[in-house]
Write a protein that binds this ligand. Sequence first.
Ligand SMILES: NC(=O)c1ccc[n+]([C@@H]2O[C@H](COP(=O)([O-])OP(=O)(O)OC[C@H]3O[C@@H](n4cnc5c(N)ncnc54)[C@H](O)[C@@H]3O)[C@@H](O)[C@H]2O)c1
Length: 318
Amino acid sequence: MDSLSGARVVVTGGAGFVGSWLCERLLAEGAAVWAVDSLVTGTRRNVAHVLDHQSFTLTEADVSQGIPDPGDLDLVLHLACPASPVAYLRMPLQTLDVASNGTRHALDLAERHGARFLLSSTSEVYGDPLVHPQREDYWGNVNPIGPRSVYDEGKRFAESLTMAYRRARGVDTTIARIFNTYGPRMAFEDGRVVPTFVHQALHDLPLTVAGDGSQTRSLCWVEDTVDGLVRLALSDHPGPINLGNDEETTVLDLARTIIGLADSRSEIDHIELPEDDPRIRRPDLTRAREVLGWSPTTSAADGLQRTIEWMDELRRAA
Ligand SMILES: NC(=O)c1ccc[n+]([C@@H]2O[C@H](COP(=O)([O-])OP(=O)(O)OC[C@H]3O[C@@H](n4cnc5c(N)ncnc54)[C@H](O)[C@@H]3O)[C@@H](O)[C@H]2O)c1
């Protein structure tokens, strides 16, 4: 498949943060989109602007139980899964359930229609990495019994299941390993670093930096991530392919940048580091560049400014 025009696509998790931007992009390229979402962490509000689009359908369903079948399909993009630590620690069993049974239902759907399948995996499969930056051939350093393992090991299982369907059943699969992605429509209470800091800065509250803030993150603007997902879906590469931004920043520097961009009077408070918090994070993007001709194009200053403006508008409207 070399174009999305006329393609028939299921997006699980389509009412979530990344999923909603992805649905919008698919519709803009002329695809017909069936979003399936249980709304456990996503909202209808995220897709309110496309609900009336003639090629868009949102079905509320838990994909761990099964996925409504809309008929002929070209692509199944499987994003459904609680993604923020606050959400997956609150729903440990549901997270394992969607990573296992949900992924299996999505793979079965793709197999039934001879559709290409894309798993949205995560940089968390690398755990607290001992290799830096992280290349796709690094196997990771994950604590299998820590509280975060429901997500990390869930995604590792989902990757394994995806590869098994490819090898044993001939399904055309691929795997994206997404690194920290940010932008409008992230839930500000979901504990992820950008919405947390932006919310605090806009309210002149202290920015809560975990530990001494020297741990690093690499943050990717959501439309860049979505562009990578679309290119990977249209390619025939089996993955995994890292998608993210390879500009690395310390959490402390990020806090200072957001205070500056938001013109805030906030100070910085140091809080306890969460258990198994990764110390470093940066994708090696060589494969994405070579295979997909993709690399992120949005600067942190631009992306953070747009996120701040969006959250500020929400705050004023509330
Ligand atoms: N945003 C990031 O930085 C990031 C990084 C790595 C990987 N990812 C992956 O990208 C995907 C989307 O993440 P996000 O940041 O948009 O999170 P999100 O929580 O905003 O979106 C996840 C969506 O999946 C839905 N969902 C969860 N369980 C479901 C179930 N059982 N049945 C149906 N729908 C269900 C939620 O309601 C939500 O709309 C996830 O698979 C996540 O693991 C995201």
